[in-house]
Write a protein that binds this ligand. Structure first.
Ligand code: GLC
Length: 451
């Protein structure tokens, strides 16, 4: 019923370049910022401490690369070399963003001074800002600091006029494929979802590979990301531009979800895809057991550098497909991770030093070398223009982007309404229509009348 309100906007996005789409996509954050005056008093209990003595700060971060390819300790060593008076104690956080957030919110709302700095999802600024779970960094870092990032990222980290997260790396969805399998079967790199489905079925039926197409279909945040991509290609979105109403129960929603379910019923994707998160989908592909993978840019490096990879030299990467009949590339969801400061940290100067270093050329280059999309504009442009850079970084700007509606402090409940119902249609527990209708009503309660 709401599809007519959202389709014109989706069509506009289709004609725009990826970068422009980010700027547009984040305009809801800007609106949110204008809608209420920025708070000028800090409720933070963070204090600064002398920088001459040695301090230890705790950094909470999920893995940055699979297994031995994880670059967190390399980043820490490089930082400690430049700042010998600051030691960084790594706490390994869960890879599932929902579990990660739940653990952090319990800790920080309970008043814990640890972690000092945490790597948190780009969808968290509204919730963390609204509930005092992160320090408003724009109070401590000047506008010249924020202007070095790629367009759109700082707006995305802003809630009610304050920036809560310093962009560390961006994520966009990509399609990874087995060049060797496609070549042997004389199949083109798919540009439509339907073509991808047919090729996956063909390769599995011919016994060329165990699984066709693997992606993140478990009931968690990653499924919202995957769903947004099909929905974007079908010309839809999940909320209206005022953030007041769900628009998921639309013709576009039907098209997107029916297609996702058909991936499983046709045999293009295994039934187990409904239990997969990023690590399981990636490891299936890296072990040589899938022809196609939807994942974030870092899957490139994991597939090409991890010790146990069976697919070194056999992988291609391209922009996500779209639905047949649509022009251009498909839609990639925007993800990524920022650095935030715990408002109870007692090492603010050291925290800020660490954050600034992570946004600098050395750290951003280390991240880009591991196929994370850098947030620092200069490094991003340098890698985008290099023919030897990890391929996802060379094609990232070509993608059409679709954001999640994370401008509301209640986004977690909005997303849960999406992924639980989408997952139930994928497993066949609900029909597509019932799942969309239930998602719409749960989303409407979670939206609670808007931002
Ligand atoms: C990636 C994205 C993040 C997203 C998550 C979902 O980590 O960067 O934004 O929420 O995947 O699983």
């Amino acid at each position: 019923m709401n599809s007519d309100r959202v389709e014109p906007k989706a069509r506009t996005w289709r004609r725009r370049s990826g970068k422009y789409a980010v700027a547009l996509a984040t305009s809801s954050f800007i609106l949110a910022a204008c809608g209420s005056s920025a708070s000028s008093s800090s409720s933070s209990s963070a204090t600064t401490s002398a920088s001459s003595s040695t301090q230890t700060i705790t950094w909470w971060s999920s893995p940055l690369g699979a297994g031995a390819a994880d670059i967190r300790s390399n980043l820490i060593s490089a930082f400690e070399k430049v700042y010998p008076n600051i030691k960084v104690n790594l706490v390994s956080a869960p890879t599932n963003t929902d579990t990660n957030r739940a653990q952090l919110t319990t800790q920080i709302s309970g008043g814990s001074t640890s972690p000092d700095v945490f790597m948190g999802d780009v969808i968290w600024p509204a919730q963390f800002g609204a509930h005092g779970l992160a320090l408003p960094l724009s109070k401590y870092l000047p506008s010249s600091y924020w202007s070095q990032f790629a367009p759109g990222l700082v707006q995305g980290a802003t809630y009610k006029g304050q920036v809560y997260g310093s962009p560390m790396f961006e994520d966009q969805g990509f399609l990874f494929y087995r060049k060797d399998l496609l070549q042997a079967a004389n199949l083109p790199v798919p540009t439509t979802w339907q073509q991808l489905e047919q090729e996956a079925v063909q390769l599995v039926k011919a016994g060329k590979v165990q699984n066709g197409f693997v992606w993140e279909g478990n009931s968690y945040e990653g499924l919202t990301c995957n769903f947004m991509e099909y929905l974007g290609s079908a010309g839809g979105n999940v909320v209206n531009s005022a953030y007041t109403q769900s628009t998921i129960n639309s013709a576009a929603g039907q098209k997107a979800l029916s297609f996702m379910r058909s991936l499983i019923t046709s045999g293009a994707s295994p039934a187990s895809v409904t239990t997969m998160q990023e690590p399981q989908a990636e490891s299936t592909f890296v072990a040589g057991n899938a022809a196609f993978l939807r994942n974030w840019s870092y899957a490139w490096s994991d597939s090409q550098t991890s010790a146990g990879s069976a697919v070194v030299g056999k992988v291609g990467v391209t922009t996500l497909p779209t639905f047949a009949g649509q022009s251009g590339t498909g839609y990639a969801n925007i993800g990524g991770w920022n650095l935030y400061v715990n408002p109870h940290s007692t090492h603010l100067n050291a925290d800020l030093t660490f954050i600034k270093w992570m946004a600098g050329t050395t750290a951003q280059t280390m991240l880009a070398d591991h196929s994370f999309i850098p947030t620092l504009q200069s490094v991003r442009q340098q890698f985008a223009a290099s023919t030897t850079a990890p391929p996802p970084l060379q094609i990232a700007a070509k993608e059409n982007l679709i954001p999640r509606p994370s401008g509301s402090p209640n986004y977690a409940a909005v997303s849960q309404a999406i992924y639980t119902n989408v997952n139930s249609a994928l497993t066949g527990s609900s029909s597509v229509s019932a799942a969309l209708s239930s998602a719409a009503s749960q989303m409407n309660s979670a939206l609670g009348g808007g931002l």
